[in-house]
Each structure stands twice: as structure tokens, then as C-alpha cells.
Ligand binder design. Structure first.
Ligand code: NAD
Length: 258
């Protein structure tokens, strides 16, 4: 068998961490909606999630839900995915974007700080993925993409330090292991390792000076734009990406050559 299994015309993409107006998740939700996907914006910032869904629905004329969801909390995930499954078309794609940074030196790191970063970046990715996979396994169709980071490969170097790097490295192992189990269900599982992208996650909006300093080591001499990450995410959740699984994609302007 080598056929491409067609996607249903009406289908939903669930995106975590997709509320922040300048973030990767929001840009991806917008791009997917422009391609006809219904979208569910799940974010710990419930007001921004609702605003994002309203804006996306108005702009693209697709169904959209914005729900306050804490990816570290199973009850919160259950409530959100329950509503998505009840109110939107079948979930075909999950994009795990929720994440927090951590610029703490290893010698100053605390158990609480460490566990908080892992809870959001890694455990949150696990919990949401596991919940969404239930329906994907039943329907025998799914695309899961999570966001690792160049920080996993280089040990930081842009902003965040050990807890963040370790949590983002864990996402690569998680992706590969889940891909192994999900292949037989026609579900692909991949991740992206972005370099420095112009969002607010590195301690606030990047100044021109900071961007210029970062650009010095980047082969294409600039930081990335959210659209450039969204474009690859949209491809990886698309119908044509069914033969890509267990992969990690570098999108870093050449800052890391793997
Ligand atoms: P962002 O801060 O704009 O987006 C992160 C989002 O996650 C926010 O909307 C935030 O409210 C949400 N969030 C935080 N904790 C949450 C929780 N407990 N439950 C639900 N949502 C939660 O930053 P971004 O740059 O768009 O980051 C998106 C992803 O990309 C993150 O996983 C980040 O680690 C990763 N990443 C970013 C860069 C970069 O340079 N911007 C590079 C590599 C990887």
C-alpha cells in the first residue's frame, strides 16, 4: 500500500500555547485557518485565547474555539479537549507550542524552578498529546508536531539555560518514541527545533540591538520570523506529510548545523 489517505474536508487543528499575539502558535493557528482548518487555541491565558479564536474566525470564516487551558493540569486538558471534540470537526492535527523559558544558571536553579519548566514544556506536551491521540487512534488519522529548540542541541546560547535545554531535548526523545507506537495507526509524530525567533519568550520583545547581536552568529544574519516556523508546522500537519515521522527539523538560519 502506498496511497496517501485523504484528510476530511472539515478538520480541526488543536494548538497549545497559541494565544500570545506575537507567538509561533498564534501565527500557525492563523495560517492553518487560512488553509481551511478549524482551530482550537488552548492557552493558560484564557482572554488572549478567546481573542485569538474570535479574530481567526472572523478573518478566515472557519470555526474556532479559544479556551483557557493549563497544559500541566489534566482536568484542564480534559475539559478543553472534551469541548473541542464536542463542538468542532474531527481533530486531525495537534501542535504543541506551549512553553516557558528559563534563563537561570545551573548553580542557581532550584528544584521548583526546574520542575516548573519540565511541567509546562515536557509533561504538558505528554499530557495533551496522550489525550488528543485517543481520538486520532480511533479515527486512524493524525499529525502531531511539538516544538523542541536549538537550545536542546547547543545547550542554550540564545537565552535559556539548563532546565529549558533539558526539557526541549526530552521532547525529541518523546517524539521519536511516540512516533514508533503511532505509525501503525496512521499517525505521524514530529518536532521542530527553531533557532532564535522574534517573539516575546526570551524575556520580552527583542530590541533591535539584541537582534543584531544574535544575528552575528547566524548564517543568514537575522533572527527568524514566526511565519517561517508556522509554514513548516503547517506542512508537517498537512496531507502531504504522511511519510514524515519521528523527524526533528532545524529551522535556525544556520546557527546550528546538525
Ligand atoms: P510565546 O511566549 O509567545 O508563546 C508561548 C505560549 O505558551 C504563550 O501564549 C503562553 O501563554 C503559553 N503557555 C505558557 N504556559 C502555559 C501553560 N501552562 N499552559 C498553556 N499554555 C501555556 O513564545 P513562542 O516563542 O511563540 O514559543 C512557542 C514555542 O516555541 C515554545 O515551546 C518555545 O519554547 C518554542 N521555541 C521558541 C523559540 C523562539 O526563539 N521564540 C525558539 C525555540 C523554541
Amino acid at each position: 500500500m502506498s496511497e496517501i489517505i485523504p484528510f476530511p474536508a472539515e478538520r480541526t487543528a488543536v494548538l497549545t500555547g497559541a494565544a500570545s499575539p506575537r507567538g509561533i502558535g498564534r501565527a500557525t493557528a492563523d495560517l492553518l485557518a487560512s488553509q481551511g482548518w478549524a482551530v482550537a487555541v488552548l492557552d493558560v491565558d484564557g482572554d488572549e485565547a478567546a481573542a485569538a479564536a474570535r479574530e481567526i474566525a472572523e478573518r478566515h470564516g472557519v470555526p474556532a474555539l479559544g479556551l483557557r487551558t493549563d497544559v500541566t493540569d489534566e482536568a484542564s486538558i480534559e475539559a478543553a479537549i472534551g469541548r473541542v471534540e464536542a463542538e468542532l470537526p474531527a481533530v486531525v492535527a495537534l501542535v504543541n507550542c506551549a512553553g516557558i523559558s528559563s534563563p537561570t544558571d545551573v548553580m542557581d536553579e532550584t528544584k521548583e524552578g526546574w520542575e516548573r519548566v519540565f511541567a509546562v514544556n515536557m509533561t504538558g506536551t505528554f499530557l495533551v498529546t496522550q489525550r488528543v491521540l485517543r481520538g486520532m487512534i480511533e479515527r486512524k488519522l493524525g499529525r502531531v508536531v511539538s516544538i523542541s529548540s536549538i537550545s536542546a542541541q547547543r545547550g542554550g546560547g540564545t537565552y535559556s539555560k539548563s532546565a529549558y535545554s533539558a526539557s526541549k531535548a526530552a521532547i525529541i526523545g518523546f517524539t521519536r518514541a511516540v512516533a514508533r507506537e503511532m505509525g501503525e495507526h496512521n499517525i505521524t509524530v514530529n518536532c521542530i527545533a527553531p533557532g532564535a525567533v522574534d517573539t516575546d519568550i526570551m524575556g520580552g520583545t527583542l530590541s533591535d540591538e539584541r537582534k543584531a547581536a544574535m544575528a552575528q552568529d547566524i548564517l543568514v544574519r537575522r533572527v527568524g520570523a514566526v511565519r517561517e516556523i508556522a509554514a513548516l508546522l503547517a506542512f508537517l500537519v498537512g496531507e502531504d506529510a504522511g511519510y514524515i515521522t519521528a523527524a526533528t527539523y532545524d529551522v535556525n538560519g544556520g546557527l546550528q548545523i546538525s
